[in-house]
Ligand binder design. Structure first.
Ligand SMILES: [Zn+2]
Length: 171
């Protein structure tokens, strides 16, 4: 019986970490109280979608502007632990410090906190789940999701696409 339970637990862990979507592994889905009500034309940085596409190229455009999700374990920053700052891949606003990054087995860069005021939260009910989407507060571009199953004292896990970020090494 013990062995069966063990097998089931391992099976669940394996499945949850290899899922193609950025899913919560906790029971509570959301970790924020306030959702942004901002419309697209209310962000400080304003560009037409044609301008974004020309700037970003097809791959980054899909993630940042069409709310895409990169394949797990494929991103440049998934297991990247240099000292520096992660900025928005679209408008280059600093979003996360390297000290806020932690090693996660989920396949995407994971942070336990963000630089104050740089992230907006939106309720996301796509793919049959209720999740909290994270957006850049400066340009409204899609970054990833946030969950409240983080292993550090903040309890938060920002699950962010590498393609939504650029890294600036500490000088
Ligand atoms: Zn931005």
């Amino acid at each position: 019986m013990q062995r069966l339970t063990f097998t089931i637990v391992i099976g669940i862990l394996f499945f949850s970490c290899n899922s193609p979507a950025q899913e919560s592994r906790g029971t509570e889905q959301n970790s924020v109280d306030t959702y942004s009500m901002k419309k697209n034309d209310e962000y400080p940085v304003q560009k037409s979608e044609a301008e974004w596409r020309a700037q970003l190229g097809d791959e980054k455009y899909h993630i940042l502007r069409e709310k895409g999700t990169e394949y797990p374990r494929t991103g440049e920053y998934n297991l990247h632990f240099e000292k520096g700052t992660y900025v928005c891949g679209a408008c280059h606003t600093p979003l996360f410090e390297s000290g806020q990054k932690f090693e996660s087995d989920c396949g995407w860069p994971s942070f336990d906190d963000a630089i104050d005021g740089t992230i907006e939260f939106v309720k996301d009910t796509s793919h049959g789940m209720v999740r909290t989407e994270t957006l850049c507060a400066n340009c409204g571009s899609h970054l990833g999701h946030i969950f409240n199953d983080g292993p550090t004292e903040t309890g938060q896990r920002y699950c962010i696409n590498s393609l939504s970020l650029e890294f600036k090494e500490e000088q």
